[in-house]
Design a protein around this ligand. Structure first.
Ligand SMILES: [Zn+2]
Length: 186
């Protein structure tokens, strides 16, 4: 470790502590006495994604981020949600300790998380990832989502209650809509 001030090659460690996912070391140059800090982080071995056509491609965090970001575009999600999601997935992937992971596995991980985050983002991602060929496939996915009785993610607008739907069927929706009550969750 060369001193960043004088270039001397010897230094001593004067303090060392664990920080998130690494070690922070405070060092002092044995020549000029300057102090500097180094961080040691575990660098994971490279991870390869097995594509549908069996080709291998190095795991690309940015690619994953772009795809999820697109699905979440204009959704009412707090800042940093998408980055956090990608961080979690990436960490889980490396934790598996495998050199190769099928792309379908990663896609399913994304879907699973989006499902509990935002249903619209989930459907958007699914329509690209599962390559919905037509509206029927899309409808089936939405039906599955609804029939699963999945808890409405907190970021979503509440669904209309049966009573409110009745109001809409009666043709008074336009006037009532502004006063739709938030469905209480139990
Ligand atoms: Zn120095």
């Amino acid at each position: 470790m060369n001193c960043p001030y004088c270039g001397h090659s010897d230094c001593k460690v004067i303090d060392s502590r664990d920080v998130s996912q690494g070690i922070r070391r405070r060092r002092q140059c044995l020549s000029c006495g300057s102090r500097f800090t180094t961080y040691e982080r575990l660098h994971p071995a490279s991870l390869f994604v097995i594509k549908k056509d069996r080709r291998r491609e190095e795991f690309d965090r940015n690619k994953l981020l772009t795809g999820i970001r697109k699905a979440c575009e204009k959704r009412p999600l707090p800042t940093g949600t998408v980055d956090k999601l990608v961080d979690d997935i990436e960490a889980d992937l490396y934790r598996l300790g495998r050199a190769e992971i099928p792309s379908a596995f990663i896609g399913d991980m994304v879907m699973e998380r989006l499902k509990s985050l935002d249903h619209i983002a989930y459907i958007r991602f699914a329509s690209v990832y599962r390559e919905f060929a037509d509206i029927t496939t899309l409808k089936r996915e939405v039906d599955t989502l609804l029939s699963a009785g999945a808890e409405t993610p907190s970021s979503q607008l509440p669904l209309l209650s049966a009573e409110e739907l009745g109001v809409i069927r009666d043709g008074r929706a336009s006037r009532k809509r502004g006063r739709v009550k938030t469905r209480s969750r139990t």
